[in-house]
Design a protein around this ligand. Sequence first.
Ligand SMILES: [Zn+2]
Length: 267
Amino acid sequence: MTRLAIIFSLLATSALAQTEAAPDSSPIPPARPDSLTDETPAAEAEGEEEGELETMPGATPTEAEEAVPEAEPVFRAVASSYPEHAACLEELEEIGASFEEIEMVTEEDDRDCGILRPIELTEVLPGVTLEPAGTMRCETALALARWTRDHVRPSVAELPDSPEVTGLTNASSYVCRRRVGDPQEQPSEHSFGNAIDISAIELEGADPLPIQNRNGDADLLEAVQRATRAAGCLFYTTVLGPGTDPAHDDHFHFDVAERRGNYRICQ
Ligand SMILES: [Zn+2]
C-alpha cells in the first residue's frame, strides 16, 4: 500500500509538473499542414557557423513536446511587429536605400525558415549598390545602410585619393540552412533574413577591397578592414569574419539576432 501511495503521489506530482511546464501560451498561429516534420536536412555545404547559440527554440520536438501545441515557426517568432516594421521602412527610405517590399518568404521543407515581411535591397545608400541584391528583414538592411554611411564611407575615404564607395558585395543574404559545425544543427540567422555576408567593398576607379585575412599586413587596408569590422557591432549583434573560423575567412558575417540580456558577439 505504501508503495502504491508513493506511486500515486509521484504521478500527481508529475501531472502537476507537466501542467506547469506547458508553454506559456503566447498566441500560436495555426501550423501549416505540411510542416509538421522537423527532420530538416543539414545545411548545404556553403555554410558557416554563426556564433550565437541560444536564441532559437529547439528544432526537434521531444516526446513531451509533441503532446503540447506546436511552437511558432522561428521566422514568425523573430519578426518585428507591424508598427516596428513600418518605422524601419520609413528610416530605410529616409537614409536613401533602394528596396522593394516582397511577399512573405516560407519554405516547404522547413517551417522555421522564412521572412514574414521581407524586402529586396538593391541599393544600401544612394550610389552604393548591394551586388547582387539581397532578401532580408528591414532591420538587417537598415543596419547595413547605417554602417555603410557612418563607418564604411569615412574609413574608405582615408585611403589614397579618397575613393567613393560604390557597392558592397553580397556573399549571402536570406538562405534556409542550418549552422554548419553546430551539433544541434540550429538554423543559421540567414534562415530568417537576419543576416548578411559582405565579401568586398567596391570602390570607384579602384580595385574592390576584398574582406580577407589581413592580420599583420600593417597597412592602411588592414586599418580600414579593422575599423569597419569593429563598427559593425554598433549596428549588428553578431559580427564574424576572417580569423573567427575557416568559414568566415573571406567575408564579414553580420546579423541582428536578439539574445537574452542583449549581449553581442563581436569577433
Ligand atoms: Zn553569414
